[in-house]
Design a protein around this ligand. Structure first.
Ligand SMILES: NC(=O)C1=CN([C@@H]2O[C@H](COP(=O)(O)OP(=O)(O)OC[C@H]3O[C@@H](n4cnc5c(N)ncnc54)[C@H](OP(=O)(O)O)[C@@H]3O)[C@@H](O)[C@H]2O)C=CC1
Ligand SMILES: CC(C)(CO)C(=O)C(=O)O
Length: 301
């Protein structure tokens, strides 16, 4: 199993450079490169899609994948990308959506059947250091679960296989039967940490250094909990402590929203704090702290 692995970059330039140099993984104590050529096939999205669209065909040289890991920011999930995934899938392909925020299920409905869509949330920290290098900036936990209802506990199933493989690769990963709550937990973690790190331009751990940032974190947290309660989402009692633990475990990380601001990219604020504001409006609730950080991040964008 796992004989063939393909990495799809967005641009040809990056795919070519990766094919030549491999991927450099910068760890906490060591740095190493993946082997070049052969073991990983590097492809690119941009030109392939344009060519296929122009020709009205699909690249038939591509065999459908067993698993597709989608690891892009939410603004990158376009209809074209959903179509691209669909054309590289068969009826047995699993699509694993690594995500912050909510709403991915509907954005990906065109790309995969509901029972073949696996949703994943992680508190691992990663920072891209260039076209061919990435730093692992903090260890965390990953939860994966089906978007629909999982109707079996078969440890030999293909859903469990992917969880076992990630564990073997050194990522603490669990199969979740309740992804809705896991996604909400992660949504709140991100709604508290990400905008503040992006606005203040600080690393995750630095948020804990001042009573002023801690009090802003707490306001964001309580406002988010109010929305969750109104929507009947049962959150764990120790979620506030989990947020502190995530800041400590990823203390050296530039959150994904801070990275977007540093690189002048669109952030995921609409799917994170923006989701809370949208739900609050429907519920007739006011979230002054979320509204303020939302406006500030939009202004920075
Ligand atoms: N970074 C972190 O520590 C964490 C991130 N996450 C979540 O993981 C997901 C990925 O985050 P992160 O890795 O930080 O994001 P990045 O923006 O650093 O990386 C996303 C990559 O996706 C590429 N991409 C975008 N569109 C396409 C496409 N159509 N085809 C191929 N490649 C594409 C981008 O290419 P290009 O650079 O060319 O635009 C970019 O390199 C997000 O949902 C994020 O919220 C969750 C936990 C922690
Ligand atoms: C867990 C955390 C906060 C790690 O930085 C993250 O999810 C992100 O940066 O988006």
């Amino acid at each position: 199993w796992c004989e063939h692995m393909t990495v799809v970059a967005r641009t040809k330039e990056q795919a070519d450079q990766l094919a030549q140099e491999g991927i450099r993984l910068v760890g906490e104590s060591e740095s190493y490169r993946t082997t070049r050529g052969g073991s990983i096939d590097f492809r690119y999205y941009q030109t392939e899609t344009e060519t296929e669209m122009e020709a009205g065909t699909k690249d038939i040289s591509v065999q459908p994948y067993d698993y597709i890991f989608l690891m892009v920011k939410q603004p990158a999930i376009t209809q074209e990308l959903a179509h691209y995934i669909y054309t590289r899938s068969s009826s047995s392909t699993y699509l694993v959506s690594f995500q912050n925020g909510i709403g991915h299920e509907s954005m990906l409905s065109q790309a995969a059947e509901r029972n073949k869509l696996l949703l994943a949330v992680t508190t691992e920290g990663a920072k891209r250091e260039g076209l061919t290098a990435v730093s692992h900036t903090g260890h965390g936990t990953t939860y994966i679960g089906v978007a629909g209802l999982m109707d079996h506990d078969d440890e030999n199933s293909l859903e469990f296989l992917i969880v076992n493989l990630l564990n073997k690769a050194g990522f603490q990963t669990f199969m979740s039967k309740n992804m809705e709550v896991r996604i909400w937990n992660k949504l709140i973690i991100n709604a508290v940490i990400n905008p503040l790190t992006a606005i203040l331009r600080v690393k995750n751990g630095e948020l804990l250094d001042s009573i002023w940032t801690r009090s802003l974190m707490q306001d964001l947290y309580w406002e988010a909990c109010m929305v969750a309660k109104a929507k009947g989402i049962g959150l764990p009692d120790d979620l506030w402590q989990t947020i502190i633990t995530v800041c400590e475990a990823t203390s050296g990380n530039h959150s994904s929203m801070l990275q977007d601001i540093e690189l002048s990219r669109t952030t995921e604020i609409d799917r994170i704090n923006g989701s809370f504001l949208q739900m609050a409006e429907e519920l007739n609730l006011e979230l002054p702290t979320h509204l303020t950080v939302y406006r500030l991040v939009k202004a920075l964008e």
